[in-house]
Design a protein around this ligand. Structure first.
Ligand code: VOV
Length: 247
């Protein structure tokens, strides 16, 4: 049997994708719309406080294309907190105008293929990666993925050394994008339909295309990568929320 790699887990993640019921939004009165937006903005402020207290991190984006209109990414210490946060949001007036079209549940994951911390609990750099503050970049890209389990291309039958060599090469490509893109890898085996969620943050969306394309030629992705739906969005600030929902 091949050896499973050790992983460290951090905050739990909920990616929450919503379409807007624009017909209902447009037929609501101005007061109803204002009250709904005030509630949404109050939530954004609350999420900001959670982040300032290092108890999680949240971000909101508008989504381009039919897969959703808006999306939230929330990180929290427990699955219960994510659940409570989602239920609380669903009870707002604003949420009445939304339809959840997709969601993804996972947990921030670091594997020990490339480096292994002696004492991860006491290592501030590791802790910052396990409990990250979501970058405030202009654009976000999310997709779920698997590592293939087929015939000679079965990731889970490879030796630790073979997998480590491929993850080293993967990491080298990633590092050449340092400063232009930040990745948060969340593990979802046993939590959702795919094995990982990949969330990328960048100010230039072309960097998503370049990075993902370059990785397609690297063995870890070329031979073993299987990908779900890709969703790309633009970060929402309070000001953008008001613009986006203005009638
Ligand atoms: C932005 C760049 C970037 C960088 C620097 C980077 C580096 C690294 C390192 C060093 C490691 C291994 C140790 C760890 O930290 O876990 C990983 C791990 C992982 N990655 Fe990665 N990755 C990046 C980016 C990056 C992308 C764009 C993708 C999607 C692949 C693609 O083809 O679309 C990805 C996937 C993954 C996955 C699924 C894992 C877990 C694999 C497993 O079997 O456990 N990743 N990754």
């Amino acid at each position: 049997m091949s050896e499973a790699v050790n992983t460290l887990e951090g905050w739990f993640a909920l990616h929450d994708f919503r379409s807007i019921d624009w017909a209902a939004w447009k037929s609501a009165s101005e007061e109803e719309r204002r009250a709904a937006l005030e509630e949404l903005i109050a939530f954004m402020h609350k999420w900001g406080d959670v982040e300032a207290n290092k108890q999680g991190s949240s971000t909101m984006v508008s989504v381009v294309g039919h897969k959703a209109d808006i999306a939230f990414m929330h990180l929290r210490p427990t699955l219960e907190e994510l659940d409570a946060l989602e239920a609380e949001f669903n009870k707002t007036q604003f949420a009445m105008y939304t339809i959840q079209t997709y969601s993804y549940v996972s947990v921030v994951e670091l594997s020990s293929y490339v480096s292994q911390a002696e004492n991860p609990e006491a290592d501030p750099a590791i802790q910052a990666r396990l409990k990250p503050i979501l970058p405030k970049t202009k654009h976000i890209c999310f997709y779920p993925m698997n590592k293939k389990r087929e015939g000679n291309d079965n990731w889970y039958m490879l030796s630790m050394e073979e997998r480590r060599a491929m993850m080293r090469s993967h990491g080298m490509i990633g590092r050449s994008y340092a400063g232009r893109v930040t990745q948060i890898i969340t593990g979802s085996v046993g939590l959702d339909d795919w094995e990982w969620g990949v969330t990328l943050f960048a100010d230039d969306p072309i960097v998503f295309k370049k990075l993902v394309y370059e990785m397609r030629f690297d063995e870890a992705s070329a031979r073993f990568g299987e990908f779900g739906t890709f969703i790309v969005g633009n970060r929402m600030t309070e000001e953008r929320v008001n613009e986006y929902f203005a009638i």
